[in-house]
Design a protein around this ligand. Structure first.
Ligand code: ADP
Ligand code: MG
Length: 940
């Protein structure tokens, strides 16, 4: 847009200047036209114009110019005699020559003068005489100057007369005798431009009321015998002269001037002396110019073509041009075309520069300008039409650099703005890069895995925060360190080998696990994911993502352990089941012996040993069963104080004499809702552990109290049970693993690692908490918190374990496949007064039931027996004897029974092993409450 505006502005400016045409522009335009004229070259001669030259030879023979009139007359006569069509005298006769003719001999009448002679020669002949108009303002009033007006008519607006012509103020007159004699006359005036150069010749001037022709026009008229000319004048347009069939086009504002064409021409020249000698060839049909200036000395005029242009030749040129109708002309319309051309050039240049690079547009524009000049010259030489290339040249010369400059400025501006934009984009890109780098760094640094990169020799190149943290490298230079420095010794070799094979291009797994070594010599299990570090297509090392899997490994190990434990548990459960039956007998009979046979005092110590071992065995099997079966137990409301007191009594037997066991019980009841057997189990386990921790003896204190609810501890109310010993205590490591199943520090055969895990399991089951305070050498306290429950004295008696011995006399049918157990049970029942009939299996029992006379009040049957299970037996037996109550026994847990599909809501069930009083109280419960008076209590 700016380009177009610039182009338009310059074109408009140039056009404006050429319309106004200040003098400097005028001069420049003249110069351009002169140049075009010279380029167009000289025109062709018509061959009709001849110059009679007063050359050096003629002057030598006939003396200095001007020659006497008789001699001039003689020359004219001879020329006319040679057949010349017109003689043009480029000279004035403004002084008289009264000399006596001598050159012509004495043929003329006496008394005649030289003027007389020449007048006689030219009178009535086609001779054009010259005179000079005066334009200097000094008015003269020639009465008869020999002026001969232009024949013909002139038309045009009145104003144009003023501007169209030179208006002379007077004339330099010829001698009247001669002026009257010549047939034609024309003025000799030339009119140089302001720079003194002659470019144009006036064709006619207005003087007084008439128009007067120039010498050239008068000669042309005479030669062509044109009787009249028509002149058209116009204020705006070029003036036009019509002479006969010929139209002479004149330049606008030219003062009726003819721009003559080309440089000085070389006309046929004839020496005047030869004319006098009559040695001249025929001049028929020629226009012969004779003049003083033909010598080359007077009246030389500078023209654009030559610095000195002899006037006779100017006249000859003008005549020749007129004859050929071939002068220059430059009408007003041409100016318009010139301007249009200039505007077109401006537009063209603008488009070119806008479209093309300067190094292309400049030569094109330059060629166009040169082409225009050549075109103008060609146009001129062929048509005589003069078109000035100057406006176009001016437009090109101004607009081209201006547009280039504007374009350059704009390009520069654009380049700068692009540069700025690019710079800002670079800046943004840098920011984005920095941002993303920061993000990546943060990601890599904060990630939970360790990330390292090492080079081909294994030296660390990069290690993120996690890695440095693991291996205590924070703030240290990691170069010169290798991953291997942080690998456990036994893993170094495999890792090195793996690395070597990898470098050798073998395919090795990218994923493996190894143990790392920390600075404090602790170990860390690491899972490594490895990839090649590639830079510019070359492997420069390896990059590692390392994950701490120590915890995972631990859990895995734990899981394996748990699996192992489960199978052991199952196995142990199976063994414990059978073992229980045996224990039942061992413990039962031992009890019986100790209670019943005072005569056995001799063996009392041994019997007590057996009872101790039996109790420990029962302990073990109970733990095993609890653990393997996840027994839930039968929770009831019970007073922990009573339970602890009971347990303390029982435990004193376990711990030996060198250990003192005391209780500090809460004075008010501490009721919990739990299974008494399980609680006893807890207390026994804790006491056994305490005993084991005090081989040299010590003290055990069992404490109970009510706790909470406490804002800080728990919102619930608890019953606290604490068992404190003065034993060896535990270190932190033991404390950490205390409650894990199978964790024991005791030698093989002594510890099972089941004690505390069972305790833990039970406490958890009862929504309680367990804690430990201990330090090596300072003893141990195990704290147990069980949720407190509301008091329920009804059931307390059952839970308290203080079941009264209840005698009976009813008949009991006992079905038990194992004879030893059968015998033991039988002895217990009989001891309490019951009548017992026993059988080894179901079918026998049915047979007996059919045959037995009298009532069978109760069937006690093992649930799982060969031939027929207890359930089946009970169904069939109650079908025969509907009044019979049934009590089932089993070494299996309730869950096992349910699994076998033998569980029903009405099932009354006793789980082995059980204490004698447990059996008796169950029996009493079933047979009704007509209790017999209490007898001896049976201890466990
Ligand atoms: P076990 O008694 O068969 O070893 P436990 O689960 O009962 O298994 O106990 C686990 C371990 O806890 C014991 O081996 C012992 O090292 C430690 N421990 C338990 N109770 C005490 C205690 N009162 N004093 C010192 N160490 C104890
Ligand atoms: Mg133990």
């Amino acid at each position: 847009m700016r380009t177009i505006l610039t182009g338009a502005a310059i074109a408009a400016f140039v056009a404006g200047i050429f319309l106004v045409r200040p003098p400097a522009v005028e001069a420049l335009d003249d110069w351009a036209c002169d140049l075009v004229g010279r380029l167009a070259g000289r025109g062709h001669l018509s061959g009709q114009v001849v110059i009679v030259e007063i050359d050096e030879g003629s002057i030598t023979r006939f003396g200095r110019w001007p020659w006497p009139r008789d001699l001039q007359g003689l020359v004219i006569r001879r020329i006319l005699n040679q057949g010349a069509a017109t003689v043009v005298l480029d000279t004035t006769f403004n002084t008289e020559d009264r000399g006596i003719p001598s050159a012509i001999g004495n043929h003329e009448p006496p008394g005649s003068t030289n003027d007389d002679f020449i007048a006689a020669v030219i009178r009535g002949r086609p001779v054009v005489a010259g005179y000079v108009f005066r334009l200097d303002g000094a008015v003269s009033s020639p009465a008869n100057c020999g002026l001969k007006p232009l024949p013909g008519s002139a038309t045009g607006p009145a104003g144009s007369w003023e501007t169209g012509f030179f208006h002379p103020s007077g004339a330099v007159c010829n001698v009247p005798q001669l002026a009257g004699a010549a047939m034609g006359a024309g003025f000799l005036n030339a009119a140089p431009d302001t720079d003194g150069k002659l470019r144009r010749l006036p064709l006619a001037m207005e003087y007084g009321d008439g128009l007067y022709p120039s010498l050239a026009l008068a000669a042309f008229q005479m030669y062509r015998q044109v009787p009249a000319v028509q002149l058209r004048l116009n204020a705006r347009e070029a003036s036009r002269l019509r002479a006969g069939t010929q139209t002479v086009r004149l330049e606008d504002r030219s003062y009726m001037r003819l721009r003559f064409r080309g440089g000085p021409r070389t006309f046929p020249y004839i020496a005047a002396a030869k004319v006098v000698d009559e040695t001249v060839p025929e001049l028929r049909g020629k226009i012969v110019i004779v003049g003083g200036s033909a010598l080359g000395l007077p009246n030389p005029v500078p023209t654009p073509a030559a610095s000195q242009f002899p006037e006779v030749e100017i006249q000859a040129t003008a005549i020749d041009n007129l004859l050929q109708g071939d002068p220059f002309h430059r009408p007003a319309t041409v100016h318009l075309w010139e301007l249009l051309l200039a505007v077109a050039a401006g537009v063209g240049t603008t488009i070119l520069v806008a479209r093309l690079r300067p190094w292309r547009s400049i030569p094109i524009v330059f060629c166009c300008a040169v082409g225009t000049w050549a075109g103008c010259a060609i146009l001129l030489s062929h048509t005589g039409l003069l078109v000035s290339p100057l406006p176009l040249t001016a437009v090109v010369v101004f607009s081209l650099p201006a547009i280039l400059l504007v374009n350059y400025g704009r390009e520069k501006q654009r380049a700068e703005s692009v540069e700025r934009q690019m710079a800002s984009e670079r800046e943004t890109a840098r920011d984005v890069l920095r941002e993303s780098e920061f993000r990546y760094r943060r990601l890599v640094e904060n990630i939970n895995d360790a990330i390292i990169v090492d080079d081909s020799e294994g030296r660390l190149v990069f290690a993120n925060a996690r890695f440095r943290d693991w291996f205590g490298l924070e703030g240290k230079d990691i170069r010169d360190m290798a991953l291997e420095d942080y690998v456990a010794p036994e893993w170094r070799e495999p890792l090195r080998e793996w690395r070597n094979r990898r470098i050798a291009g073998e395919s090795v797994p990218n994923h493996f696990e190894y143990q790392g070594l920390r600075r404090d010599a602790s170990r860390i299990w690491i899972e490594a994911l490895v990839a090649d570090a590639v830079e510019e297509g070359k492997v420069t090392g390896t990059q590692w993502a390392l994950r701490d899997i120590t915890e995972r490994k631990r859990i895995q190990a734990q899981y394996l352990q748990a699996q192992k434990m489960e199978s052991i548990g199952r196995l142990a459960g199976g063994v414990a089941h059978d073992f229980n039956n045996l224990l039942q007998i061992i413990n039962g009979y031992t009890e019986m012996l100790l209670e019943e046979r005072p005569d056995a005092a001799r063996y009392r110590t041994e019997l007590e040993e057996i009872r101790g071992a039996g109790q420990r065995a029962a302990e073990l099997t109970r733990n095993l069963l609890t653990l393997s079966r996840k027994e839930v137990g039968k929770p009831r409301s019970l007073d922990v104080n009573e339970l602890v007191a009971e347990a303390a009594k029982m435990c004193r037997r376990l711990i030996g004499e060198d250990i003192e066991l005391t209780t500090q019980l809460n004075p008010t009841p501490s009721i919990v809702f739990a299974d008494s057997g399980q609680l006893l189990q807890i207390l026994m386990n804790l006491v056994v552990n305490a005993r084991d921790a005090m081989p040299q003896g010590g003290r055990i204190v069992m404490k109970t109290r009510n706790v909470g609810p406490d804002e800080n501890f728990d919102r619930r109310a608890f019953v606290y049970i604490g068992v404190t010993d003065t034993g060896s205590g535990m270190n932190d490591d033991v404390k950490r693993h205390l409650f894990e199943p199978f964790f024991t520090t005791k030698e093989r055969g002594k510890g099972t690692g089941l004690g505390l895990s069972t305790v833990y399991g039970i406490v958890e089951q009862n929504s309680g908490k367990i804690e430990v305070t201990s330090a090596p050498g300072e003893g141990t306290t195990i704290h147990i918190y069980l949720p407190r429950a509301a008091e329920d004295p009804e059931q307390r008696s059952v839970a308290s374990g203080k079941s009264p011995a209840m005698k009976g006399s009813e008949t009991v049918l006992l079905a038990e496949d194992q004879s030893s157990v059968r015998r033991y049970l039988r002895s217990v029942l009989e001891e309490f007064g019951y009548r017992v009939v026993d059988v080894a299996n179901g079918p026998d029992a049915l047979v007996l039931a059919k045959q037995f006379e009298g009532t069978i009040d109760l069937l006690i049957t093992d649930l799982i027996m060969p031939l027929m299970d207890g359930r089946n037996l009970a169904e069939q037996l109650t079908a025969i004897r509907p009044g019979t109550k049934v009590l089932f026994m089993s070494g299996s847990s309730k869950e096992d029974i349910a699994r076998r599909g033998m569980d029903t809501p009405d099932l009354v069930y006793l789980q082995k092993p059980f204490a004698p009083e447990e059996l008796i109280s169950k029996v009493r419960e079933l047979l009704g409450s007509q209790a017999h008076p209490p007898g001896r209590a049976i201890g466990m």
